[in-house]
Design a protein around this ligand. Structure first.
Ligand code: SF4
Length: 775
């Protein structure tokens, strides 16, 4: 047991609130306030405050389990690992490497996400890896890359929000999903700025808004087009900005002009006067932002919807300028870092593309393998899960619970049961782990060190504060042991910092360049924003494909989209030389981890430098809080308009299924609830699912508060008590998705996929609602 208070971060959402963990006399830890972390300044929601309860939960797994005679029984680690390695080897020999599926999670640390991707491609040789972050922010990522050439959830820090003039918050209930973030919006309004919330429900977040728009579910794209139409019609386009910093305007303009406000009113249900007021509030201040979350993104047209909101920002000169821009509020704890380091079906570390020959060469050299041996891109998360039991014969799953969280969940549950072999790493026996052939009990956040990347793109150090219980091992140890049993003895260290040093080299020169970041810097600087290239010459000998551009070039905000501009030094040499202290704090020479002078300058705090990102050659890069101020990360430095048009949801209400269903979260539970449903205080606050509906719909059904309602879609049926409120559209019902069983909302959801991001349409489908038992 460590004896002093340890500064660290919450295990849950992408806000990654800072907290201290202090030892208790009983040998556990308690959460205490950590005011030095600027994002939450000590504030925590109930989930963060009670997070230690999961560490000592009575249902915590502390022994591997192996299925025997249809039952999971305790087994030794050697027995469990041998069984997994044996089954994976057998299936690979019989069916080929692509019969082996791997599924990761947006809660994994950067080190684990990196190692899992490497394990799949180097040890198993499979292309069939993806992760649950596909269900989180993939549409925003795809939209950001199309428009800006780079995806970082927020291209500016949260602290910019109170200083802008107006924020349009689209489909985010952050008052419940990340309550401490609400203060940025309260401060915005105190400073005279305005908040517009777009949501079909009057959520706790919408209650804070100056203007609340309640569109029909699935019509956010049309809404953005209608706003852009009015921007043009009212002469509010920033012509100079469009000319100087963008391309593709004429096509986007023509698409928007085809969406007349009256037409948009009919599609969305948002009145023309509300559209005009939104445009006025957004365009009048000098600066403004659009922030999206899962509402507009979890749609079968999520990428285009994000594109439409970005188009609105570009036409009004609201991107790549101080205090303005488009951003995505990523949900999962490491939703950002989880998509950067190689557990995504189409990506390699450093946010490189798996089908890019230069990227393959660079990463293969770091990994010490032949680039031609690396498999190509695999299937997206839902497609991979849907293929289980067909050409996917086994699944190794970490940090995910698709029985509860996948769309069309009953179908996915059956597919999991049809596998030849399922192995799950988890801390409790989740609904998915309960189906496994082998379950491995693994360490949790407070029991291990690792890095996370928050929704701001701020890389953070989450530090070990407590000794893990007897019988559990880290995911890194699991992958090390499995690699060895499958014949790969080297390259899978169990020490997180050793993994991070390799990740630095693998990311060097990529869009998400971490090469200038060290554990020591993270601890001393309270996190570092990527891109943060290492000083030139940090790594001896640049491999082919990795640019050794100048630090000045690397530091130009927005330049990181291309390897040449990102300019991290090469990757093949010894890591660690850049591990200097206090990079941005004081002028002077930097020292390495051993106190030796590195020969690099350490720059003093300089607000002007923060704005431009300019860094002198040889200096430690301070990180890049603000992207795109000088240029976007496209080849020509211009942002790209993407012409988009309205199209309906994959499933619209009809006679048989006349009501929209939308899903979301409640403040006391997190994602599939695997952890938070094990916390008594949270369960008392949010004990189960419910069906939120408008009094008019309730009256039509003859339903009273608390009556059991059956919600039926083309995919199945869920039952939960009625919660009647005027804070929802009369044509829509809402269910939270945290629970399994009879009230499982994802039994109903539609796996119709976005053609670009492969995001399922969680946020809108057609249902009928009846009083349960009266159907
Ligand atoms: Fe944890 Fe998110 Fe709550 Fe902060 S808002 S305490 S990061 S769950």
């Amino acid at each position: 047991m460590e004896t002093t208070s340890t500064p660290t971060h919450c295990p849950y959402c992408a806000l990654q609130c800072g907290m201290n963990l202090s030892p208790t006399p009983e040998g556990g830890v308690e959460v205490t306030e950590r005011v030095d972390f600027p994002v939450n300044r000590g504030a925590l929601c109930g989930k963060g405050r009670t997070a230690p309860a999961v560490l000592s939960s009575r249902v915590r797994l502390t022994s591997p389990l192996v299925r025997s005679g249809g039952t999971l029984v305790p087994a030794s680690w050697d027995e469990a690992l041998d069984r997994i390695a044996g089954e994976l080897g057998r299936i690979r020999a019989e069916h080929g490497p692509d019969a082996l599926g791997v599924f990761g999670g947006g809660g994994l640390t950067n080190e684990k996400a990196y190692t899992l991707g490497k394990f799949a491609r180097v040890v198993l040789g499979t292309s069939q890896i993806d992760y649950n972050g596909r269900f989180c922010m993939s549409s925003a990522a795809a939209g950001g890359i199309k428009a800006f050439g780079l995806d970082r959830g927020l291209p500016f820090p949260l602290e910019d929000i109170p200083r802008t003039g107006c924020v349009i918050l689209v489909g985010s209930n952050l008052a419940e999903t990340m309550p401490p973030a609400l203060r940025f919006f309260s401060e915005l309004r105190e400073n005279g700025g305005t908040l517009i919330v777009v949501d079909p429900r009057r959520t706790r977040t919408a209650e804070q808004a100056d203007l609340h728009l309640m569109p029909r579910p699935g019509t956010d794209l049309a809404l953005a087009l209608g706003l852009l139409h009015l921007v043009v019609a009212e002469g509010r386009v920033d012509e100079e900005y469009v000319r100087e910093r963008t391309s593709g305007w004429e096509e986007a303009r023509a698409a928007a002009m085809a969406h007349w406000p009256e037409h948009v009113e009919r599609i969305t249900g948002v009145s023309v006067p509300q559209l005009r007021e939104t445009v006025r509030m957004f365009c009048e201040p000098e600066s403004a932002m659009v922030l999206t979350a899962r509402g507009p993104e979890q749609q079968s047209k999520g990428t285009d919807t994000v594109g439409a909101w970005i188009n609105l920002c570009l036409a009004t000169g609201r991107a790549g300028r101080p205090l303005s821009g488009y951003g995505c509020l990523t949900g999962q704890g490491n939703g950002q870092g989880g998509r950067e380091h190689g557990q995504k079906a189409d990506q390699l570390p450093g946010y490189r593309k798996l089908d890019d020959p230069a990227a393959r060469r660079h990463v293969a050299e770091v990994w010490g393998v032949d680039p031609d041996s690396l498999p190509g891109p695999g299937r997206s998360a839902y497609e991979l899960l849907d293929a289980m039991g067909t050409d996917i014969r086994s699944l190794l799953l970490l940090a995910s619970n698709p029985v509860v969280s996948a769309p069309r969940a009953a179908h996915i549950e059956e597919r999991l049961k049809s596998l030849d072999f399922l192995a799950v790493c988890d801390v409790v026996l989740s609904e998915t782990a309960a189906l496994a052939d082998v379950v491995l009990p693994v360490t949790q956040w407070a029991e291990e060190t690792g890095t996370m990347t928050s929704l701001e793109g701020r890389v953070l150090l989450r530090q070990r504060a407590i000794t893990p219980p007897e019988g559990v091992r880290s995911d890194l140890e699991v992958l090390h042991e499995l690699a060895a049993r499958l014949g790969v003895e080297k390259g899978f260290p169990t020490d997180p910092e050793e993994v991070f040093e390799e990740l630095r080299r693998a990311s060097a020169g990529g869009p998400a360049d971490y090469s200038g970041i060290t554990y020591r810097r993270l601890a001393e600087e309270n996190g570092v924003f990527w891109p943060c290239p290492a000083p030139e010459g940090t790594f001896a000998g640049a491999p082919a494909g990795a640019s050794a551009g100048t630090a000045e070039a690397a530091g130009v905000a927005g330049a990181a989209g291309t390897a040449g501009a990102a300019g991290a030094a090469g990757a093949a040499g010894a890591a660690g030389a850049a591990g200097a202290a206090g990079a941005a704090g004081a002028a002077g020479a930097a020292v390495d981890d051993d106190g030796e002078d590195t020969g690099f300058d350490v720059l003093p705090e300089d607000p002007a430098r923060e704005e431009t990102g300019t860094v002198h050659p040889g200096a430690l890069h301070p990180g890049t809080p603000r992207l795109f101020l000088d240029r976007f990360a496209t080849d020509d430095g211009r942002a790209r308009f993407v012409p988009v048009s309205h199209r309906p949801a994959a499933e619209e209400p009809d006679e048989e299924y006349p009501v929209f269903l939308t899903t979301g979260r409640v403040v006391a539970q997190y994602q599939s609830g695997a952890q938070t449903r094990r916390v008594d205080e949270l369960n008392a606050a949010a004990p189960g699912p419910f069906v939120e509906l408008h009094p008019r719909l309730a009256a039509r059904l003859g339903a009273a508060e608390g009556d059991p309602l059956a919600v039926v879609s083309r995919r199945g049926r869920a039952v939960a008590p009625a919660r009647i409120t005027t804070g929802i559209r009369p044509d829509t019902v809402f269910m939270p998705f945290h629970w399994p069983g009879e009230g499982r909302a994802n039994t109903l959801t539609n796996p119709a996929l976005d053609p670009t991001s492969r995001m399922p349409e969680f946020k809108v489908c057609a249902v009928r609602v009846e009083i349960a038992g009266a159907e």
